[in-house]
Design a protein around this ligand. Structure first.
Ligand code: 6MZ
Length: 362
């Protein structure tokens, strides 16, 4: 199948500011360069660099945040990121982002998220279904993958949001993010993510907010084991989040716990290789988890930062692990079960995949 673009796909681990088009980042950097806020040539060099270690990634994120944190830009990047995922046939996208305060721009965590929502509302190239209310009943589906209207084929993408807690944040700041997520449930917020530089911060700092999120019925996913830290990995697995991301640096005992817990793992192949969190693709833990029939889902992490796409991640898995077309299709379809969306959305997604079987010649 050409590049797996025609395969319907589910994306469950994508960071908004990590998924910006290079062309947009460069354009934004040039504007700030012209205003004398930064030296755009330096920024261009950093943006265009291909391989970067994990610590370098977090330096890049700080730079990206300098060029993106105003409302208008947040709206623009949200729109572009969703359009890009939809263009490669992602039919369900769980997009995560860290709500940010920026007093100089009059930005609060809430207004940041409102700018994200405005981005979703502003998309007209595809049908975006992002609130439970604008769901299945309001949009008539003539073809499960593409809706036809006036002879034009329109794509449809479900989008749900996760609010990220950055590991640099305090307990109070993490709590504020969870509170905001609860208030924005009607706008498609379904869960909380813990992310950020894995060598910064303590698990105990975030635990009260994560517990509160869970008590209130939000789903939780944790970046777990991006660096070796067995005490934290054990504590995270004991918390029994609905999903974890990465799971690169687990020890024997952690693998046992993970496998018996059946917590689904968000696998980000290119990210793990580029950041050298995993030495090479042939020793990636995907293989062990896949053979053990452990729940897992292929994800991009940061399409912009790692120059990848979801189709590309599927191609890499097919080529590196010898999976045939049917196995790849099943891998993509199984991801529905690990999404944080409600049952009605999942039912629609199953139909989308099942009706794609014939079109894909499977
Ligand atoms: C941990 C990551 C990450 O939230 O500003 N982020 N956290 N590990 C990773 N693997 C490489 N990739 C991205 O998107 C960017 C933020 O997502 C988190 C970091 O906190 C980064 O600043 P938002 O939209």
């Amino acid at each position: 199948m050409e590049g797996w673009i025609s395969l319907p796909k589910i994306e469950l681990h994508a960071h908004l500011n990590g998924s910006i088009r290079n062309s947009t980042l460069l354009e934004l950097a040039r504007v700030l360069g012209d205003e004398g806020v930064l030296v755009s040539a330096d920024v261009e060099h950093v943006i265009m660099k291909d391989d970067r270690s994990l610590p370098e990634c977090f330096k890049l994120f700080d730079l990206i945040h300098v060029v993106t944190t105003d409302h208008e830009t947040v709206t623009r990047i949200t729109k572009e990121v969703v359009e890009d995922f939809a263009a490669e046939n992602t039919v369900y996208l769980e997009l995560r982002t860290t709500p940010k305060k920026n007093e100089s721009k009059g930005m609060s965590k809430r207004s940041y998220m409102e700018a994200v929502i405005n981005g979703l509302r502003g998309i007209d190239a595809v049908d975006v279904v992002f609130t439970p209310a604008c769901g299945r009943t309001e949009i008539s589906i003539s073809s499960p993958i593409n809706d036809s209207c006036n002879g034009l084929t329109r794509r449809k993408i479900y989008v749900r949001l996760l609010l990220s807690i950055d590991r640099r944040e305090t307990t109070a700041a993490a709590m504020e993010t969870v509170q905001l997520a609860l208030e924005m449930r009607d706008l498609g917020v379904v869960g909380i993510d813990l992310s950020g530089n894995p060598v910064v911060g303590e698990w105990e700092t975030f635990l009260p907010a994560l517990k509160f999120a869970r008590e209130q019925g939000l789903s939780v996913t944790l970046h777990c084991g991006e660096v070796p830290n067995q005490k934290e990995i054990q504590a995270m697995l004991d918390f029994l989040p609905q999903r974890i991301g990465h799971a690169c640096c687990l020890e024997e005992e952690d693998w046992r716990k993970l496998k018996s817990s059946k917590i689904p793992v968000e696998i980000c192949l290119t990210s793990n290789i580029r950041t050298e969190t995993i030495g090479s693709i042939d020793i990636h833990h995907f293989v062990d988890l896949y053979n053990a029939k452990h729940p897992l889902v292929l994800c991009t992490d940061d399409t912009g930062v790692f120059s990848t796409s979801l189709s590309r991640e599927y191609s890499i898995a097919a080529a590196s692990f010898g999976l045939d077309n049917r196995e790849i299709f099943q891998l993509a379809r199984d991801a529905i079960e690990y999404a944080f969306a409600d049952d009605g959305v999942k039912e629609d997604l199953r139909e989308i995949f099942d009706s794609a079987v014939k079109k894909l010649g499977l």
